[in-house]
Design a protein around this ligand. Sequence first.
Ligand code: SF4
Length: 345
Amino acid sequence: MLEPTMDNRRYRPGETGHQDNLDGEVRNDWVLDEVGSLFDLPFNDLLFKAQKIHRIWFNPNKVQMSTLLSIKTGGCPEDCGYCSQSIKFDTGLDASSLMKVEEVLRAARQAKEGGASRFCMGAAWRNPKDRDMGAICAMIEGVNSLGMESCATLGMLTADQAKQLKTAGLNYYNHNIDTSRRYYKEIISTRTMDDRIETLDHVRGAGLNVCCGGIIGMGESRDDRIDMLHALATMPSHPQSVPINRLVRVEGTPLSGSNDLDSFDFVKTIAVARILMPKSVVRLSAGREDMNEEFQALCFVAGANSIFIGEELLTTPNPELAQDRDMFARLGIEPMMAHECPAEI
Ligand code: SF4
């Protein structure tokens, strides 16, 4: 019988020759080839590496929970090809004006009772008008006074607006790059990737935590996914929160007929994001409603450690709270609190 030796007994995963960051080092100098080599790893090796890095900075059995509320729905002049809220597409959505501060705070209190530690407010705007800033700042102050973290996604910001949000106490600002620079114009024509980057600079400059990620399954190529993750991982500092969304094909949008996404490709994207940005929270965002629990559990193994809870994500469905609670109980997962996010400002 073959006796196990160090050589035949121990498999060293991911021995592909590219530079490792298995010590969880935070690097902003990734090159495209390195990102591509990660995507080339066999699935098990990639997940093993991601899980190993995940455990350096995070408790692997904790997941951060946020709730996202649409505080101003529909009627948006932008033409993001995946979005139900664009005025350019007939999705049957009823537009509504900005919610009242008290209504928003009522929803925040409910979200807190449901276990959310962060409350995110989304408005379907190209950019907020200065006349809206007072109400937005009051919402942020109200959410923080409940002992929750606040997050907003309001479109493009001027440097001055970013500072106003910071002064009001905003913790996070979400502004996704969505996809690669090359593929961006296939998805959105009313603004450029550079517009996005400029707002992210303003957000970072104001001292806010950055929430920035993208969407998988929009017909982008493997190279586009590599480019998108490379762009995120080589920002001046990694976004503290990296949402990875799975396209929700909304009837009436140009992307409603997109091809099915291979589930393994989605999990691999999460794992590569985890390896490239080891201290960032990686959020399993839109698209969970169409993932079974086994698929979601695989995403947690790959390094996802944040989700949105609540039955609606802006305008698309999300799993019921009871369903998420049951899944977490069966997986032994507990909520992660703000002070446990190592990259947070
Ligand atoms: S994603 Fe945002 S900016 Fe784009 S159309 Fe929808 S609401 Fe408007």
